[in-house]
Design a binder for this molecule. Structure first.
Ligand SMILES: [Cu+2]
Length: 173
């Protein structure tokens, strides 16, 4: 069940954890240094660590923060063009912890068939709504549910789960 995106997701998640921890650590060092270097009576004892280690941990944390940002801002926003054949534009959307791809590009004036493949058992994703096309469709688990409509005007049309928590966009050109 481990796919590439899930592994990347957990790596990015760890990145947030370590990234936050190390930025908190670096933020505290300047504040604590004067107090602790002058008085040794404090119940905490300073442990000297090599500068290289500190720099390494900081850079590692920053790198993971970068990965995290990239993951949330860009990796899921990849737009996929529907492939057209026999007068219909078709595309499969995986429904697993959200929609993948969450941004699809189609042409105006031609029928569209979006094949929603629901792998996620959570009830949150059991329904998909395309309000602009007056569609509310139940998705059977582990099945592909085709949804068809014909966009007549270019624009951005949202599709969401039943509670509007997960979103995707159909971009009509
Ligand atoms: Cu939901």
């Amino acid at each position: 069940m481990f796919n590439k995106s899930k592994i990347l997701g957990s790596v990015a998640g760890l990145g947030l954890l370590f990234g936050t921890a190390s930025s908190v650590a670096t933020a505290q060092i300047p504040a604590e240094m004067p107090a602790h270097s002058s008085e040794q009576t404090s119940q905490f004892r300073r442990i000297e660590q090599p500068l290289a280690l500190k720099v390494g941990v900081t850079l590692g944390g920053l790198g993971l923060i970068g990965l995290e940002l990239w993951w949330f801002l860009f990796s899921k926003n990849k737009a996929i063009k529907a492939s057209s054949g026999q007068g219909i534009q078709e595309l499969t959307i995986n429904v697993d912890g959200g929609y993948e791809p969450s941004r699809v590009i189609v042409k105006s004036g031609q029928p569209v068939r979006l094949n929603f493949f629901r792998r996620d058992p959570s009830s949150c994703l059991e329904k998909v709504l395309l309000p602009d096309f007056h569609i509310a469709q139940d998705l059977a688990l582990n099945h592909i549910t085709p949804i068809e409509f014909t966009p007549s005007k270019p624009g951005q049309y949202q599709f969401t789960c039943g509670m509007n928590m997960f979103r995707g966009v159909v971009e009509v050109q």
